[in-house]
Design a binder for this molecule. Structure first.
Ligand code: TRP
Length: 331
């Protein structure tokens, strides 16, 4: 079985865009591979969260993933900071990572632009920490979006460099785990772009949203007065409603409203009512699980402890071998 490693940013609550973008793929992967899923809380320190936000966001994202179906009996689910072996490998990899190459990383250059007052060394060495996350478990595959491809390329560079430097064939080169056509970009409700947390109130539907909240958001979604001629292409905001419907509703429902649109008989109020109902049907079982898991701290603690134990078993074996290769020896 292939080993898969994936880091999850502790962003707090998950929305439908996260679900169809990442979570659903993780659910499929977990049975076909040996998966390590961890919450990248060390990485998040580059933006200086408050202690309360740090813990809160880690907890929320963990609860959401478990409620959505990530199975701690099948996968190894852990919190990055519970596995200190990662930081040792990070230190060791940093000795062979060159400042010049780190400065050329696109995400670093973007951060310099976005947070010029906080260009910390953690940002510069973000790719070495990510490489440590991945190669500490000898991952074959890493599910990454476009924005992470360069980081994965750096991971291969660091793994190869280590092998060459010590004349060993120890680390393997992780490959991108691509889903290609399966990736559906979920639009937001404000008529533009994609569903996102920072795009403004009401743009995103969270898995934990109450039926009332969902209804309010969907009914307020941007639409227009409808087509005036048959079979016209759809304006963006309207296409967005249809895309949402295509992921949560039955195919017949989608066809029904497509036809109404093409014959200029569509009433967006009706379509939104249907969409509301189908989103609620889709998210309700997840929301109920979120509530149950959230109120069961003993369960959460057990998940996190057993995940850390499994991850540390794998990580400490790597560290022991790496130390020997590098030349740390007992007296
Ligand atoms: N950089 C990734 C992101 O922003 C998160 C991440 C950290 C990660 N370490 C990882 C992803 C290791 C995959 C493997 O989404």
């Amino acid at each position: 079985m292939d080993i898969v490693v994936s880091g999850i940013r502790p962003t707090g609550e998950l929305h439908l865009g996260n679900y169809f973008g990442a979570v659903r793929n993780f659910l499929r992967m977990q049975h076909e591979n040996h998966c390590y899923f961890f919450i990248a809380d060390y990485h998040s320190l580059t933006t200086h969260p408050t202690p309360a936000d740090l813990h809160g966001n880690v907890r929320r994202v963990l609860v959401n993933y478990l409620a959505a179906g990530l199975d701690p009996e099948v996968s190894t689910i852990y919190i990055q900071s519970d596995v200190p072996e990662v930081t040792e490998l990070y230190l060791l990899l940093n000795m062979n990572a060159y400042v010049g190459e780190l400065q050329r990383v696109t995400s670093f250059k973007e951060k310099i632009r976005k947070q010029p007052d906080n260009v910390n060394a953690g940002l510069l060495t973000y790719p070495t920490l990510m490489a440590a996350d991945i190669i500490i478990h000898h991952a074959h595959k890493v599910p990454v979006g476009k924005d992470q491809e360069q980081h994965l390329e750096m991971t291969r560079t660091f793994a190869n460099r280590f092998n060459r430097m010590y004349g060993v064939d120890y680390f393997i080169e992780p490959k991108a785990y691509n889903f290609g056509a399966d990736l559906i970009k979920i639009p937001g409700l404000d008529g533009s772009g994609k569903m996102g947390k920072s795009e403004g109130e009401g743009n995103a539907i969270f898995l934990s949203d109450s039926p009332e909240a969902i209804k309010k958001k969907v009914m307020k979604a941007v639409s227009d007065s409808g087509p005036t001629e048959p079979n016209q292409p759809k304006p963006d905001a309207i296409q967005n409603l249809f895309t949402l419907m295509s992921v949560v509703s039955a195919p017949e429902t989608l066809t029904f409203f497509e036809e109404k649109y093409n014959t200029c008989q569509i009433r967006y109020g009706d379509m939104k009512k249907q969409l509301t109902q189908d989103i609620i049907a889709f998210t309700s079982p997840i929301r109920e699980k979120i509530e149950a898991i959230d109120s069961n701290n003993d369960y959460l603690r057990k998940v996190v402890e057993s995940g850390a134990e499994k991850a540390r078993t794998s990580a400490s074996k790597t560290i022991k071998e790496v130390r020997e290769i590098i030349g740390f020896k007992a007296f």
